[in-house]
Every structure is written in structure tokens, then in C-alpha cells.
Design a protein around this ligand. Structure first.
Ligand SMILES: *Cc1c(COP(=O)(O)O)cnc(C)c1O
Length: 388
């Protein structure tokens, strides 16, 4: 008898014992500052819809009109007959916004990251990743067959030592904004160190794109780094842009190489074209509604000032991600449950997503929140924290 069932049951038991079992919420409402779960309304502080575009009327209307024009499904992969004018226009707009010669759409960030890493890297190469990188980057590094090392978080000196010791082709990979910590990578320093050692730098800007830089062009643009300094730029569309999918931006050679050789690009159905059109609307809104980013940053400052007064231990972050550091997994879980009782949704992030002993509540703010909602959050956090 195959051991699969017994193995699955044992793993589930272990998760349950360690307070690490995950549960899904089932939403009956759009994303927004208020969401409905099991008939009850909650204040939502766990969405990555940083600009509040996921249910923006213009983005919805564009999705609808584009569905009327293109239908729903793309019908095929990009290389067969699934590549539409809407996909093409979006790729050109993303290349322009990020200041890269070309951009290429992927169905998701996970696919883009594992696709890029398995296409670029070969056995014998080296890949160096920040130890707090997103799981999709770590997985891509492992799947690639290259020699894979992690370096201490944001530690350029540690990276430099690894680069100096390694012979062969080397790729350095970091998150622009770290997804569970909210802090930013020291991109200018990383670009300098990688260039000094003739390596390439790849940045995953899932949480910086749309938020930082002029018109939301992202962390790499905010750091003023060119396509030579950051040859591989990746970002997702399901977070600040409010839609779905991801893209890689870079040189003509990089993009053509991915089109020809990335199995994650070739062997999968293209995103629905209407989603690409909706994302074009999000890009227009990035330009036209700059107040969204201003408002988001004002809310971040308000939350941080309030948390400081209340002695709540927020991680050091300027982004929309403002983790409250708790420590033990069961404490994080109890705090999250206490907030839920009070009508506030914030998920407890526990191992293996974060290192043991660093469980946290991952608070995220969006441009759709109001100042009053942030004040309410502080009040509930403070009460729940002290009740513990
Ligand atoms: C969300 C995320 C991804 C994955 O993107 P999806 O489109 O959700 O698959 C990749 N990298 C980072 C840093 C992320 O936060």
C-alpha cells in the first residue's frame, strides 16, 4: 500500500500540534477595507490591494468591456494563438513604465520567478538569495539545479564574500520589498556589489511596484537603477495593480530568451485578455490618481506614530506592510483570533513562512482605508495586545 495517506495524516497532525494549521477565510464581498466573512463584516487589514484598485469602478468596467470584446478565456498559450492585442499593449506599457526595452507577461508571480530562474541558470552556476526572499524565488533557485546559497537578510558584506569565493556565472536575487517584513532591499548597494563581481541582479518588486517610485514605477525606479544595473526586474499585478498575473522586464535578449525557453511561459494558457485590459486601466489610474499613494503613505505614518505611542512593536518598514512582531506562533494566533472577535481581520504569519520564533501579525494598509479606520485598528490592537 502506498504510504501517501498515512504521510499526509501525520503531517497534518504535526501542523495541528504546533499551532501551524492554516485555514482559509471565505469572502462574500469584494476586496476592500471592509469585507464580509460568514455573514459578518470585518475591517480588513490583510489584503495586498495596496492602492484599492481591485474593486475600482473603472478597472471593473474595463474588465467587463474587454470581456465583451475578447471573450473570457484566452483560449491558448501565448505561442499558439492566445496572445492578444490587449496582452501586447500591456507588455509595452509595463516596459515603458519600468524604463526597460521589453516586458513579458506571466500568469502569476510564482510562475514568473520559477520560470526566470530555471531559464537563466544552469548546473554549475551560482545563485545567491536573501534568506527572507519570497518562496517562489527560493523554489526557483532550488529547481534550477544551480548551486544555491542564501545570505543574511540585507547583508551586502555577506553577499560580497559569497560572490568573491564563487567561480562561474552568478545571479543575485532579492525582493525589492520583503513580503513578510515590509522593509526594502538596499538596491543601490546590491547593484554595486553585483556589478563589481560581474554578476547579474534580479529584483522581485511584488510589493514595491505601484507603490514606490514616480507613478508607482517601483523600488528599482525609486533607486534610479538602470536595466544594466538590474538586468532582471519582476513584479506582480495582483497586488497594488489590483488585477492578476506578473511580468518580467529587461533587455530584448532576456525577454526573447524567456519566450523561446521558459517552460513556465510556453506551456501554459495565457491570462484572460480582459485582465490585461483591466491592468491597463490600473496603469492609467497609477498616473491619474497619485493621491492614492500619498494617502497610503500618510496612513503608514499615522499607524507608526500611533503604534509608537502605544508601545506596539511594529517592524521597521516604510511600505504598506507593517508587521506587528509577536514571537511565538500560538501567541500570534491568539492575537489574530482576539482581533477577529473584535471585527478586525489580520492574519497571523507563522513558520514555515517566517523563521521560528518570529511569528507576527502582518498588517497591511491600503489607499482605500480611512484615517478613522487606522485609528480604530490602533485601538483594537492595543486592547487585544494588553488583554493577552
Ligand atoms: C505575491 C508574491 C509573489 C507571487 O506572485 P503571485 O502572482 O501571487 O503568484 C512573488 N513574489 C513576491 C515577493 C510576492 O509577494
Amino acid at each position: 500500500m502506498a504510504a501517501f495517506a498515512a504521510r499526509l495524516a501525520a503531517r497534518l497532525d504535526e501542523r495541528r500540534r504546533e499551532d501551524l494549521l492554516r485555514r482559509r477565510l471565505t469572502l462574500a464581498s469584494p476586496q476592500g477595507p471592509r469585507v464580509v466573512v460568514e455573514g459578518r463584516e470585518y475591517l480588513n487589514f490583510c489584503s495586498n490591494d495596496y492602492l484599492g484598485l481591485a474593486s475600482h469602478p473603472r478597472v471593473i468596467a474595463r474588465l467587463q468591456s474587454a470581456a465583451a470584446q475578447y471573450g473570457v478565456g484566452s483560449g491558448a498559450s501565448h505561442l499558439v494563438c492566445g496572445h492578444s492585442a490587449a496582452h501586447h499593449e500591456l507588455e509595452e506599457a509595463l516596459a515603458e513604465l519600468t524604463g526597460r526595452p521589453r516586458a513579458l507577461l506571466f500568469s502569476s508571480g510564482y510562475m514568473a520567478n520559477t520560470g526566470v530562474l530555471t531559464t537563466l541558470l544552469e548546473r554549475g552556476d551560482h545563485v545567491f538569495e536573501d534568506r527572507l526572499n519570497h518562496a517562489s524565488l527560493l523554489d526557483g533557485g532550488m529547481f534550477s539545479g544551480a548551486r544555491f546559497r542564501r545570505f543574511a537578510h540585507n547583508d551586502c558584506a555577506a553577499l560580497e564574500k559569497l560572490l568573491a569565493r564563487a567561480a562561474g556565472d552568478r545571479l543575485v536575487v532579492v525582493d525589492g520589498v520583503f513580503s513578510m517584513d515590509g522593509d526594502s532591499a538596499p538596491l543601490a548597494d546590491l547593484a554595486r556589489v553585483t556589478a563589481q563581481h560581474d554578476a547579474w541582479l534580479m529584483v522581485d518588486d511584488a510589493h514595491g511596484f505601484g507603490v514606490f517610485g514616480d507613478n508607482g514605477a517601483g523600488s528599482v525606479a525609486a533607486a534610479g537603477l538602470s536595466a544594466d544595473e538590474v538586468p532582471v526586474l519582476m513584479a506582480t499585478l495582483g497586488k497594488a495593480l489590483g488585477t492578476a498575473g506578473a511580468f518580467v522586464a529587461g533587455s530584448e535578449l532576456l525577454i526573447e530568451g524567456l519566450i523561446q525557453h521558459s517552460r513556465n511561459y510556453i506551456y501554459t494558457t495565457a491570462l484572460p485578455p480582459a485582465l490585461a485590459a483591466a491592468t491597463l486601466e490600473s496603469l492609467d489610474l497609477l498616473r491619474e490618481e497619485g493621491w492614492r499613494r500619498e494617502h497610503l503613505f500618510a496612513l503608514v505614518r499615522r499607524l507608526r506614530a500611533g503604534a509608537g505611542e502605544l508601545d506596539l512593536p511594529l517592524a521597521d518598514s516604510r511600505s504598506a506592510i507593517q508587521p506587528l512582531l509577536v514571537g511565538a506562533a500560538d501567541t500570534a494566533l491568539r492575537l489574530s483570533a482576539a482581533l477577529r472577535e473584535r471585527g478586525v481581520l489580520i492574519s497571523a504569519i507563522r513558520p514555515p513562512t517566517v523563521p521560528a520564533g518570529t511569528s507576527r501579525l502582518r498588517i497591511t494598509l491600503t489607499a482605500a482605508h480611512t484615517e478613522e479606520q487606522v485609528d480604530l485598528l490602533l485601538e483594537h490592537l492595543s486592547d487585544a495586545w494588553r488583554a493577552l
